[in-house]
Ligand binder design. Structure first.
Ligand code: 16G
Length: 260
């Protein structure tokens, strides 16, 4: 067994006087070992049997501690190959004052961007889409749904809706929606973004490769052309462990509105 594993059990022995349930003590020992860098992202955890015999506790107790850490996103389990320390997420700091695209944001950070298509096509609009995009029931909506991936890590699920008159061929946008809109003179110049907390459902969590139920951000962006016309209505789920949205605030000057 590895030196790191020995260290985990050393911490376990130190904490075993605390009187807390054994699975909590083991969970804390593993968590501490990860936080202190004794075992790093991608490292394999010893098998349940090895941990149980080394720490002299039951396999049920080990399983309970490990399951808790998997739920919390500290460990990941891969069927057939074991339990590993989860990859560390480098948080992305995103300004809320610039209207940029995902491709531009990631490229600026030197990250390699790609997307996996979840949906693209022309559909009859939903009531929400009709209202926001100003469509009538006999017009079509173009939907572009993508899993957005940077440096091989899935960061967000974005579902964009635009009028089909603006985007008649949603399959033809290439890698950037905003670049495609720019080509036809339809790139938005202003947007209103609403961010709210969301716990990730099973399907979204699976796509984003995180445990179901962990914290995420639901973001709705409605963007406008200079003429004031709404061009894009996008609903997204971002990973809560990956993003910090940052807004600069200023004291309003004389004569400026202080209300929102
Ligand atoms: C951003 C926008 C999204 C827009 C996309 C275009 C947020 C929350 N969302 O991710 O509304 O559709 O950029 O990116 O910021 P693209 O040009 O790379 O396709």
């Amino acid at each position: 067994m590895s030196e790191a594993a020995d260290q985990i059990f050393a911490t376990l022995k130190q904490s075993s006087q605390s009187g807390a349930p054994l699975y909590l003590q083991l969970r804390k020992s593993i968590e501490d070992a990860v936080n202190r860098g004794l075992i790093g992202p991608g490292d394999a955890l010893p098998s349940e049997r090895d941990i149980a015999s080394k720490a002299d506790i039951s396999r049920v107790t080990v399983r309970k501690a490990v399951q808790d850490l998997v739920k919390g996103g500290i460990l990941v389990q891969r069927h057939g190959s074991g339990t590993f320390v989860a990859p560390r997420m480098e948080r992305v700091e995103q300004s809320l004052s610039r209207l940029t695209s995902f491709t531009e944001d990631m490229a600026r950070r030197g990250m390699v961007v790609r997307s996996a298509w979840l949906d693209r096509g022309l559909y009859a609009p939903s009531p929400d889409e009709m209202m926001v995009l100003g469509l009538s029931s006999n017009e079509l909506v173009a939907r572009v749904a993508r899993l957005r991936i940077a440096n091989d890590t899935p960061l967000a699920i974005e579902r964009a809706a635009l009028s089909a008159s603006v985007l008649p061929d949603p399959a033809g946008i290439g890698s950037s929606l905003y670049a495609a809109l720019e080509m036809t003179g339809n790139r938005p110049v202003r947007a209103v973004q609403r961010i709210s907390a969301a716990n990730l459902g099973d399907d979204d969590a699976r796509l984003l490769e995180v445990p179901p139920g962990i914290a995420g951000l639901h973001i709705e962006r409605i963007s406008y052309l200079a003429s004031g016309k709404v061009i894009e209505f996008t609903r997204s789920i971002y990973r809560g462990d990956a993003y910090d949205f940052v807004a600069e605030l200023r004291l309003s000057g004389p004569g400026e509105e202080s209300r929102p």
